[in-house]
Design a binder for this molecule. Structure first.
Ligand code: GDP
Length: 308
């Protein structure tokens, strides 16, 4: 049952890749239709690269496939796909997947990222997920500079029938976060999800603001926030990695939410991210509606890329 649920979201991403003819597995299958030769092996590296796997991964995969070919010049495409699959799974390791058990009450989650990446939507999706797990959830609209973000979160909160704490326009986001945590304590909430501002990541004041929100959290509960999730847009490819590095430098990130995987024509960015950052991917966003958030699962992800 759970497996079916996991698969549905991944299937949606796979369908999107199929529609644009960009499913890596299918590209590899058509490249090696006949016998494998040197020229095709050169083109293989390009396919890996085009799938957003990152240059190091593209090189490493190609070199592993080449060695296998040298050992067995009769190697067929299925054997090549099996090698690629094993390598990719090895790169993703066992990391990833979300937090399923809550050790603190309330469990405090800070959601950060550049505007437009899907922060507010992901906050609402996470709230829905925890609520479906039977938890009492409170969201905090701490992006006090964007009235639209606050309104959007309010709409979601109403629709999900969950508590929301918001501040006056342009009020101090750290104060909103603190109010939210106090409200959560008073109302017996299990999870607090704080949606933050996301003006350009290169601007220092944003990072200072996030640090101030974190201080608010620590003042309320010394070991909080329990999770700091960075929302990255999968369609921005390598640029997302730069964003993550910038955020992580100022505010340590405990996990990633990779959104809009349903909208990428490449799909492989999770591998590049995992390799470059080593920060676990916790969830993937696979659409605009509230249920479109899936737990990141390396096996399902690699299977989708290779079109198993
Ligand atoms: P924020 O500025 O980071 O808070 O971003 P929003 O949550 O407002 O999202 C920006 C846009 O991206 C909205 O139109 C969302 O519906 C859309 N969006 C967010 N997540 C996903 C996703 O996983 N898939 C798709 N296709 N769209 C998404």
């Amino acid at each position: 049952m759970v497996l079916d649920f996991i698969k549905a979201g991944y299937q949606r991403v796979k369908n999107a890749l199929l529609k644009t003819g960009s499913l890596l597995g299918n590209k590899i299958r058509s490249l090696f239709q006949g016998k494998v030769d040197d020229e095709q092996l050169e083109r293989l590296e390009k396919l890996f690269y085009e799938s957003d796997l990152g240059i190091e991964t593209a090189r490493q995969l190609t070199s592993t496939v080449k060695s296998a070919y040298l050992q067995n010049p009769n190697i067929d495409v299925n054997a090549i796909l099996a090698i690629v699959k094993a390598e990719l799974l090895g790169m993703l390791g066992t990391s990833g997947g979300p937090t399923d058990t809550l050790e603190s009450k309330p469990h405090i989650i800070l959601v950060v990222g550049v505007n437009g990446n899907g922060k507010t939507t992901s906050t609402a999706k996470l709230a829905n997920k925890w609520q479906n797990d039977g938890k009492k959830v409170l969201v905090a609209a701490a992006d006090t500079f964007r009235a639209a973000a606050v309104e959007q979160l309010e709409l979601w909160a109403k629709q999900l029938d969950i508590d929301i704490v918001k501040g006056a326009p342009n009020s101090d986001p750290a104060a909103v976060a603190f109010d939210a945590m106090q409200a959560a304590k008073a109302r017996g909430s299990d999870v607090v999800i704080i949606d933050t501002a996301g003006r350009l990541h290169t601007k220092q004041p944003l990072m200072q603001e996030l640090e101030k929100i974190k201080r608010s959290c620590r003042k309320f509960m010394p070991d909080s926030p329990h999770e700091t999730l960075l929302v990255l847009d999968a369609t921005t490819g390598q640029n997302g990695i730069e964003q993550a590095l910038a955020f992580n430098q100022y505010t340590p990130i405990s996990g990633l939410i990779l959104t809009k995987l349903d909208g990428t024509a490449k799909g492989g960015v999770a591998i590049a991210i995992q390799r470059k950052l080593g920060i676990p991917i916790k969830y993937i966003g696979v659409g605009e509606s509230i249920e479109d958030l899936e737990k990141f699962d390396p096996e399902s992800y690699v299977s989708l890329l290779l079109g198993d």
